[in-house]
Design a protein around this ligand. Structure first.
Ligand code: SF4
Length: 484
């Protein structure tokens, strides 16, 4: 079959949608955020290995015009078209499925977080033929395409699929051992990267789902992927297979940095981190590539930081979310402010860089509490300043389907109709808040433009790679500041 996996280049004025591997959606002026859609790329690879002809067409990150995008797509004449969805562009996607059905003979399949929560809605409101629920849509989708190709009865469809007249029941999660090595050429890997990473950079997933250091899953009430895609579970791939993938990226593609975009990386498991380090030694990769990843601060013990540093660890992207303990409890972060502070300081003690993410606009957080959060984060940012440390702030978005969304409906916190999906794109406040969220977002972002911070940060630059990151980072920061 001819299968097209597509990201149509929808735009809002001159702004690009942050779709694909983005948990938080917005239209952004920053040109520096291009995160590689790892599961979709795995899907493309699996389809190709199953003998299908695959077109991987990311019109957003290739910054294509719609005309050029459609010319490529329609010339390909797909039998199946797959699109990833997100709440704020559901109306656009539903309208686009109509166009796809008019212009092609393809079966249209929707995947992603929003449709995982509400599969029936898209089946009813659009011309989509199928919806795949859950994050393992690469496994499920490959089986589904096989069923379509062989004209199998719906009773034989894999779990987790919805169609016009029924569904195959709850999705199941697959064993990640033996996942194919992603076909990077097929999926245009060079298009992708973020300002703060060394180039060439490649994105990987060491697993799927957020784990905590006590081996329990992450359950933060706002965390759309953890709830929609992973159903609050966590899995890791065999360390040897991940390291084998990294070796291939370094030796065959000259990759200098690998970013593990698994929800909380793999550092939450001390024993896995140790195995991973041993595999890096065995593969003779120490000193040849930088490893960066998402992480939970509470997992950052001496041993984990030491192993991370020894294996070539560079940067950790850590969700702080708030410097207010009551908020952390309320959103089910399962970390205290003291644990978060200790973890971040520990990472900095081991000379690892940190990218901290914070949110404002929780309906219950007062101006006074946000000020305390701000001072706390500023102290952490000013602790052992080194080039590469940075901070991102955003306004909390209670995506439909998440526990936070349900709480917001129950407590009448919405300023908009909770079904007005387009408004969930961070362009307006969707929740009541006693603070000026835009002003506070800017204030948090601006911690890193404080003259003393900039001076100490630039004085610590030691490599040409860091200078290149600095230039890209500056443009990215300007883009983000224009977003608020
Ligand atoms: S720690 Fe991060 S990845 Fe894990 S559930 Fe919370 S927000 Fe999601």
């Amino acid at each position: 079959m001819k299968v097209a996996l597509i990201y149509p280049p929808f735009r809002k004025g001159k702004e690009f949608p942050l779709l694909s591997q983005n948990r938080q959606f917005k239209f952004s002026k920053s040109l520096e955020v291009r995160i590689y859609p790892v599961v979709m790329a795995t899907f493309a690879t699996m389809l190709k290995q199953a003998g299908h002809e695959v077109l991987f067409l990311d019109g957003i990150n290739a910054r294509m015009s719609m005309e050029k995008f459609e010319q490529k797509l329609f010339t390909f004449k797909p039998d199946v078209v797959v699109l990833e969805t997100k709440t704020p562009i559901m109306q656009t996607i539903w309208a686009y499925t109509d166009r796809l059905k008019r212009e092609t003979k393809a079966s249209v399949v929707l995947v992603g977080d929003h449709v995982s929560f509400f599969p029936g809605e898209s089946i009813e409101k659009s011309k989509a033929d199928f919806v795949i629920t859950g994050g393992d849509y690469d496994f499920v989708g490959t089986e589904l395409v096989d069923c379509i190709a062989k004209k199998r009865k719906t009773a034989q469809y894999p779990k987790g699929v919805w169609w016009k007249k029924g569904n195959s029941g709850k999705t199941k999660f697959h064993d990640l051992a033996g996942l194919p090595r992603i076909d990077r050429d097929l999926t245009n890997w060079k298009l992708y990267g973020e300002a703060y990473l060394y180039r060439p950079v490649a994105y990987i997933l060491s697993g799927r789902g957020c784990g905590r250091s006590d081996d329990a899953p992450g359950v933060c009430s706002f965390c759309v992927w953890q709830h929609a895609l992973w159903n609050c579970t966590h899995r890791l791939r065999p360390a040897a297979e991940v390291v084998d993938e990294i070796k291939h990226l370094v030796e065959d593609y000259g990759v200098k940095e690998v970013f593990d975009d698994n929800e909380s990386g793999f550092l939450y498991s001390e024993s896995y981190t140790e195995q991973f380090y041993n595999e890096m030694v065995r593969a003779n990769l120490i000193g040849k590539v930088k490893i960066s990843m998402n992480a939970r601060a509470e997992a950052l013990t001496d041993k984990v930081c030491m192993l991370m540093k020894k294996m070539g660890g560079r940067l950790l992207k850590i969700g702080v979310e708030s410097g207010n303990g009551a908020t952390l409890e309320r959103i089910q972060k399962k970390e205290t402010t003291a644990e978060i502070e200790a973890g971040i300081r520990k990472a900095k003690d081991y000379n690892l860089r940190v990218l901290l993410t914070n949110m404002v606009g929780y309906p219950w957080e007062t101006e006074e509490e946000v000020k305390i959060s701000y001072e706390r984060l500023k102290r952490l940012m000013f602790y052992k300043i080194r080039f590469g440390d940075s901070l991102q702030a955003s306004i909390v978005v209670p995506y439909p389907g998440t526990p936070l969304y349900r709480e917001a409906v129950k407590n009448k916190w919405f300023l908009i109709s909770p079904k007005d999906y387009e408004k969930f794109d961070m362009s307006v406040d969707v929740l009541k808040s006693p603070i000026d969220t835009t002003m506070w977002c800017r204030k948090f972002w601006s911690i890193q433009t404080h003259p003393l911070y900039l001076l100490r940060s630039f004085l610590s630059i030691r490599s040409f790679a860091d200078i290149k990151v600095a230039v890209r980072g500056l443009f990215s920061l300007i883009g983000h500041l224009r977003d608020y």
